[in-house]
Design a protein around this ligand. Structure first.
Ligand code: GUN
Length: 297
C-alpha cells in the first residue's frame, strides 16, 4: 500500500477561507484583528515561524506586529513588553514564540499573557478550560491536527490514537482535546514518551499515530500498523550538503519508508505546520470578535 498524502496546505486554505466572512463582519464594525508576536533571541527556526505567521496575517488583511528582543533580554524586560501588549486595544492576540532563552521562565512568560489574548492557548487558565471541556481558545497545533483529521475524512471518534510526546505545546493538549466527548474527539488516547517501555508495542496498536516528540525521522515503518493514519508534528533541520541552505527539514517520521505502510500520512513541510498557522488566525479572529461584542460564528 502507498499512503494517501494529507495535504495540510490545501486544508489550511479551506480553514482560512471560512474566516473571510467573519473578518468582513469585524472590518465593517471598524475592527481589524491584530496579532503580536514576541521573539526573544535569534533562533533561525523561530524567526522563520514568526515571519510565516506575520505573512499569513498580511494575506488575510489582519494586523500584525513582531517585537524582537535580544537573546540576553531579562525576564523583567519581556514581562514589561507583554504588559504593554496586554494593554493595547489594537492587539487581540499575543504569542510569545518558544523556546525562550534559559534566563527566562517559560511558565512565568506564558502566565503573563492576558488569557483573553492568549491565542496559543498556553496560559494555565486556558489549558484548564480545554481539559474540562469548555475551551476559550483551541490550542493551535493540537486543534490543527484534529481539523486535519476531520477534514481529510479520518474522524478520530472511537479510534485508538497514540501520541508520541508529552510536551505542553502538543502532546498534553492534544490528548486533552481528543478524549473529550465532542466533535472531532471521542478517541481512546495513549500518550507515549521517553520513559515508555516497548514503544512499538503501543504504536503498532494505533489507528492514528501522532508523532510529536521532536526526534528527526524517529518513527520507522516497522512501528506502524498497515493502513494506520500517521500525523507528523515534528520539524527538525538536518544537515544536507546537497541543499543550497545546507540543511533539509524533516519530521519525526521517516516519510519515504512509512508511506509504504500507512493508510494516510502528512508531509513535512506542508502537513501540520500550515494548520497551526490557520488555527492561530482563527483564534485571533475569535479574540477580536469577543472584544467587538460580536457572536462567534
Ligand atoms: N514553538 C513551537 N511551536 C509553537 C507554537 O505553536 N507557538 C509558540 N508561541 N511557540 C512555539
Amino acid at each position: 500500500m502507498v499512503a494517501e498524502i494529507i495535504d495540510g496546505k490545501r486544508i489550511a486554505e479551506e480553514v482560512r477561507a471560512d474566516l473571510t466572512s467573519r473578518l468582513g463582519r469585524l472590518v465593517t464594525k471598524g475592527v481589524t484583528p491584530g496579532l503580536a508576536a514576541v521573539l526573544v533571541g535569534d533562533n533561525p527556526a523561530s524567526q522563520l515561524y514568526v515571519k510565516m505567521k506575520g505573512k499569513a496575517c498580511e494575506e488575510m488583511g489582519m494586523d500584525h506586529w513582531t517585537v524582537t528582543m535580544p537573546k540576553d533580554a531579562s525576564e523583567t524586560r519581556l514581562l514589561q513588553e507583554i504588559d504593554r501588549l496586554n494593554a493595547d486595544p489594537k492587539v487581540h492576540g499575543i504569542l510569545v514564540q518558544q523556546p525562550l532563552p534559559s534566563q527566562i521562565s517559560t511558565e512565568t512568560a506564558v502566565a503573563a499573557v492576558d488569557p483573553r489574548k492568549d491565542v496559543d492557548c498556553f496560559h494555565p487558565e486556558n489549558v484548564g478550560l480545554v481539559l474540562i471541556g469548555v475551551p476559550r481558545f483551541a490550542p493551535a497545533t493540537p486543534a490543527g491536527v484534529v481539523e486535519l483529521l476531520v477534514r481529510s475524512g479520518h474522524d478520530p471518534g472511537g479510534k485508538h490514537v497514540v501520541i508520541l510526546g508529552r510536551s505542553n505545546i502538543v502532546g498534553k493538549p492534544l490528548a486533552a482535546l481528543l478524549f473529550q466527548k465532542a466533535r472531532g474527539a471521542n478517541a481512546t488516547v495513549t500518550v507515549a514518551h521517553s520513559a515508555t517501555r516497548d514503544l512499538a508495542e503501543h504504536t503498532l496498536r494505533a489507528d492514528i499515530l501522532v508523532a510529536a516528540m521532536g526526534q528527526p525521522e524517529f518513527v520507522r515503518a516497522s512501528m506502524v500498523r498497515p493502513g494506520a493514519i500517521v500525523i507528523d508534528v515534528g520539524t527538525s533541520r538536518v544537515p544536507d550538503a546537497s541543499k543550497k541552505q545546507g540543511y533539509r527539514t524533516v519530521g519525526d517520521v521517516k516519510f519515504d519508508e512509512v508511506r509504504e505502510v500507512a493508510g494516510a500520512i502528512t508531509p513535512v513541510p506542508g502537513g501540520v505546520g500550515p494548520m497551526t498557522i490557520a488555527m492561530l488566525l482563527r483564534n485571533t479572529v475569535q479574540a477580536a470578535e469577543s472584544t467587538a461584542g460580536a457572536p462567534p460564528g
